[in-house]
Design a protein around this ligand. Structure first.
Ligand SMILES: [Zn+2]
Length: 139
């Protein structure tokens, strides 16, 4: 039995919040486009289809994946998040390749820095090393 109203997916909720945060008076076209996007997503979910690629997702319209995405698009979204986090960490550590990371770690172990900073930075280096993309795994 479907419960009404159907709960918003995370993507829908964030677009609603974006809409609510926008104080301007929207043009008719913007309002229509926004409603059509929201409506299209709801229809896709009701049909049991991924809101991004249209593939049938595992789950039922009554129990869709929280973001309305199929497992492939969920993996893509996770990869994009992972890449974003990795980029931010590379910016903090200042090294990306396996060789650079090893050199940075070796130097860090010699430098007179507070233990807490050393531990945190070495953990960051290990996280970067362990999540090296396959293409840049070479030193
Ligand atoms: Zn998909």
């Amino acid at each position: 039995m479907t419960e009404y109203p159907i709960p918003l997916t995370d993507a829908q909720e964030s677009s609603v919040k974006e809409w609510a945060a926008d104080d301007r008076l929207w043009t008719t076209q913007e309002t229509v486009e926004f409603n059509l996007r929201t409506f299209a997503r709801t229809i896709m979910i009701l049909m049991g289809k991924c809101i991004k690629c249209g593939t049938n997702f595992v789950g039922t319209p009554e129990n869709p994946p929280p973001d309305g995405l199929c497992k492939y698009c969920q993996i893509d979204a996770l990869k994009a998040d992972n890449s974003k986090l990795r980029k931010a960490l590379v910016g903090l550590v200042g090294a990306d390749s396996k060789g650079e990371l090893e050199k940075t770690e070796a130097a860090l172990r010699m430098l007179p820095v507070p233990d807490e900073d050393r531990v945190n930075t070495i953990n960051a280096i290990h996280a970067l090393r362990d999540t090296l993309p396959a293409t840049s795994a070479m030193p």
